[in-house]
Design a protein around this ligand. Structure first.
Ligand code: ADP
Ligand code: MG
Length: 393
């Protein structure tokens, strides 16, 4: 699907996205830069992506008329929100190419299926997950091995940003936590001693070409991504190679088309660099890849466009060491009073790139935007990030 091409009905090539959040917004912006028209399906009349798209279909994800309109307006469709119901993607796929496919998204939506996929990939030579057990029945609970405690109980579905999780020390806490989650399907994972958290973003085309971004080093605060750092040597080369190879395997074995992010833990296992464990995946561009807009010669959003449109993928090159700071709604309040964050002072810093998502209302914990801080050297990027953190308080 060539950018700017006009079909027999006189319509310019149009890309659609399920979901109108910030990921959808940055996808839409990348698509538009290349000359595509865009359509967003999201019920929110002021969704970040809907506000900047040529077309905004304001319905729920499972609305038959909304899905039909999206399919009619678009030549190819993707998703920006991993909890879009897989059947909705299936409905769209009956008339238009959809990438990633519903079947791949369904695996990422369910931690039990996701872990099983990681185990299969580990058997093919990839990095394996933390020791875990699926918890679906009373018998599963009784069968939990002591090895998994202390552990983290995670709901199999709909968890994000640390939500739907409980840390449990022993069996009594495990049973109580599962009760309080309504005994929905869960996984129990052994609590691991984390040295670092990493993520890898790849893009795979329908022709099986896979390209990757460099390994990202991530810092979370209260379960939400706070900082991503990327520069040459940010991760020992041996760990980076294994994480990248595993991510490519995870994509290939799913028959995945599009941008995929896989999260990893580096655990303290007594070895020099630590051991690598695969944590979870996101079937879409990822918060830890926002730096690619300013620090790479092709962003994760452009690669999503290329993959879904069947255009060539290129191996992206990091041209600047970079630090990404997430901007949460908390920054819009001081002592409970609304304030404007000090953008003028921040934008006076060389290498500071501000991205706000156009959300009208700031709320604590809400992702409002991010800052990409690039520099000629790691030290420069880090110094700018530190200065921003001071200015933001
Ligand atoms: P979410 O979907 O909320 O991102 P994650 O599985 O990534 O869920 O867990 C959120 C955070 O909790 C991780 O980034 C990590 O800091 C911590 N965490 C998750 N699993 C483990 C574990 N098995 N051992 C130690 N820390 C963990
Ligand atoms: Mg996570």
């Amino acid at each position: 699907l060539l950018p700017g091409s006009v079909n027999a009905e006189g319509r310019i090539a149009t890309l659609g996205v399920m979901g109108g959040g910030q990921l959808g917004r940055m996808f839409v912006q990348a698509a538009q830069e290349m000359g595509y028209y865009t359509a967003v399906l999201d019920a929110d009349p002021v969704s970040p992506a809907g506000l900047v798209s040529h077309f905004h279909i304001q319905t729920g994800y499972e609305d038959a008329a909304g899905l039909a309109e999206l399919a009619e307006r678009c030549d190819a469709i993707t998703t920006e929100f991993e909890n879009v119901p897989a059947p909705a993607l299936q409905t769209l796929a009956a008339s238009r190419p959809v990438a990633p496919a519903a079947s791949a998204v369904a695996v990422a939506q369910d931690r039990i299926a996701e872990k099983a996929h990681f185990v299969a990939c580990a058997q093919a030579g990839g990095v394996g997950p933390a020791p875990y057990a699926a918890l679906e029945t009373e018998a599963d609970l009784a069968a939990v091995g002591d090895l998994l405690l202390p552990g983290i109980l995670k709901t199999a579905r709909l968890g994000y940003d640390g939500k739907g999780q409980a840390r449990v020390k022993d069996r009594a806490e495990l049973a109580a936590a599962w009760d309080s989650m309504g005994r929905v399907a869960c996984v129990l994972e052994k609590m691991l001693p984390l040295k670092a958290e990493l993520s890898v973003i790849v893009a795979r085309g329908a022709d099986d070409q896979v390209v990757n971004f460099p390994v990202q080093r991530n810092l979370h605060r209260d379960g939400i991504l706070a900082v991503t750092e990327v520069f040459d040597g940010n991760v020992p080369a041996e760990l980076a190679e294994r994480a990248i190879a595993t991510t490519a395997t995870v994509a290939r074995q799913l028959g995945y088309v599009g941008v995929l992010c896989v999260e990893y833990f580096v655990i303290d296992d007594g070895s020099e660099h630590g051991g690598l464990v695969v944590n979870e995946m996101a079937p879409r561009p990822h918060n830890s890849g926002h730096y690619t807009i300013n620090a790479c010669d092709c962003s994760q959003f452009e690669l999503q466009v290329r993959a879904m449109a069947g255009l060539p993928l290129v191996q992206p090159r990091l041209h600047s060491p970079t630090v990404m700071l997430n901007l949460l709604g908390d920054l819009w309040f001081q002592h409970g009073q609304p304030v404007e964050p000090p953008w003028a002072q921040i934008l006076a810093l060389p290498g500071a790139h501000l991205h706000l998502y156009g959300k009208l209302q700031a709320r604590p914990g809400r992702k409002m935007g991010h800052l990409n801080l690039t520099g000629a050297s790691v030290e420069q990027a880090q110094a700018t990030a530190l200065r921003c953190a001071e200015l933001l308080g």
